[in-house]
Design a protein around this ligand. Structure first.
Ligand SMILES: Cc1ncc(COP(=O)(O)O)c(C=O)c1O
Length: 415
């Protein structure tokens, strides 16, 4: 007897299937109640949700493989790129939307690799990045046969400039910084990293997948945000995910290059088959259309005013979380992150096992990511209402945890 289903002999009615799908969701995380952190960025705005549902419905079946068949999508993509470039002080024509942070990073690495080969004759390009940079870079290097050189960070979690300078050499195609990095939520010293890259003729990518649609608004709200965007000379590309703090639904990231010449290196054209000329600007062939339209609609719906309001709510919720965490004996937030992202860590000598604390939190329905130094949280406006319950559970978990159940593989369907 196997529990694998066999191929269905006959079809079933819609209502029955929808009921079964709904019935099977009992163990899914309750993101609307603020129970997830990095998985769903929840603006807690029912009107925005209504907009997303309408847009998804409108563009459910279209295929963005061929933008000329659906000029409305091409128009919306161009407008999102231009609006994002306006926000990030870049060239309104030098970007594309991709399916997410990982794809934006892949393409940035591919562009750097091809630029290094073509312009500098580097046969085996390498990229240099702080150890806090997202695994998407390791994945891209693995797929694209580029050497990855990870450099330790300083005690504040930011890229160590001396170590980076020592790692950059004639093979370096790309120097990477994050704004901010995922593990600690701190912004790397981008101007200095960009200078190190420029001195070698290398490109410099800023991974602002997390911060791209948050830092510009925090800056306007008066938060101390170090320089990181296209205002920094030597930055040649940046990734900014509309499906994270841009508040759109999954499947949209902005990859912005310094100029159109760099963007063109991202294009793939092929006519060596009998099927005509095939061209694409991103890695997928057939492409969902709804994320493009949703990115456009979300930016238009929120506008500067809405993004400022949401960034302020992220700031308020983060301050509430941080104060509550630091009021629990033996816990602290690592370093000095920008509002929104934090690692919750145990004080040295406290004897608190954060893995075990995470297990108790799991059992209570809170989905915190594990990292080597503690638990990781990304804060959305929906967490404001959840803060008291979260902090009470966290205090209880610290006081009453047993031994840890051990580390599980948590990402990408591994495990
Ligand atoms: C800093 C950073 N870069 C890249 C990524 C990858 O983005 P995605 O999961 O959309 O591919 C993430 C995801 O959390 C991130 O935090």
């Amino acid at each position: 007897m196997t529990d694998h289903p066999t191929f269905p002999a006959i079809g079933r009615p819609v209502d029955e299937l929808v009921a079964e799908i709904r019935g099977g969701r009992g163990d899914d995380a309750d993101w609307r109640a603020g129970r997830t952190f990095s998985l769903v960025y929840n603006a807690a705005d029912p009107e925005l949700e209504r907009l997303h549902e309408a847009v998804a419905h409108e563009y459910l079946h279209e295929n963005y493989l061929n933008p000329f068949a659906f000029p409305s999508l091409l128009r919306m993509e161009r407008e999102v790129v231009a609006m994002g470039a306006d926000l990030l002080h870049g060239d309104p024509r030098a970007g594309k939307l991709t399916s997410g942070g990982t794809e934006s990073i892949f393409l940035a690495v591919q562009v750097a690799r091809d630029h290094a080969r073509a312009e500098r004759g580097i046969a085996e390009p390498a990229i240099v990045l702080p150890e806090t940079a997202h695994p998407a870079f390791a994945k891209a290097c693995h797929y694209l046969d580029v050497t990855e050189v990870r450099v330790p960070v300083g005690p504040d979690g930011r890229a160590d400039l001396a170590a980076t300078a020592a790692a950059v050499d004639d093979r370096t195609a790309l120097v990477v910084g994050s704004a901010p990095c995922y593990p600690f939520g701190v912004v790397d010293p981008i101007p200095e990293l960009a200078t190190l890259a420029a001195e070698r003729g290398a490109l410099c990518h800023v991974d602002a997948c997390l911060g791209g649609w948050l830092l510009p608004f925090l800056e306007r709200l008066g938060e101390p945000v170090p320089p990181w965007d296209m205002r920094v000379e030597g930055v040649t590309s940046l990734s900014a995910d509309v499906h994270k703090y841009g508040w759109s639904f999954k499947g949209a990231s902005l990859l912005l290059h310094r100029d159109e010449d760099l963007l063109k290196r991202q294009y793939f054209l092929f006519d060596g088959w009998p099927g005509g000329l095939y061209g694409s600007a991103t890695t997928a062939g057939t492409r969902p259309a709804a994320p493009i339209a949703a990115a456009w609609a979300t930016v238009r719906y929120l506008g500067m005013e809405g993004y400022l309001r949401l960034a302020d709510q992220v700031r308020a919720a983060s301050a509430r979380f941080r104060a509550g965490i630091e009021a629990i004996d033996g816990l602290h937030v690592t370093g000095d992150p920008v509002p929104g992202i934090m690692e919750i860590a145990a004080d040295p000598g406290s004897g608190i096992d954060m893995g075990a604390v995470g297990d108790v939190m799991d059992d209570r329905g809170w989905h915190l990511d594990r990292q080597q130094g503690g638990l990781h949280a990304i804060i959305s406006p929906s967490h404001l209402a959840a803060a008291d319950a979260f902090l009470a559970d966290l205090a209880d978990a610290v006081a009453h945890h047993g031994p840890s159940r051990g580390v599980e593989a948590r990402y990408g369907g591994v495990g």
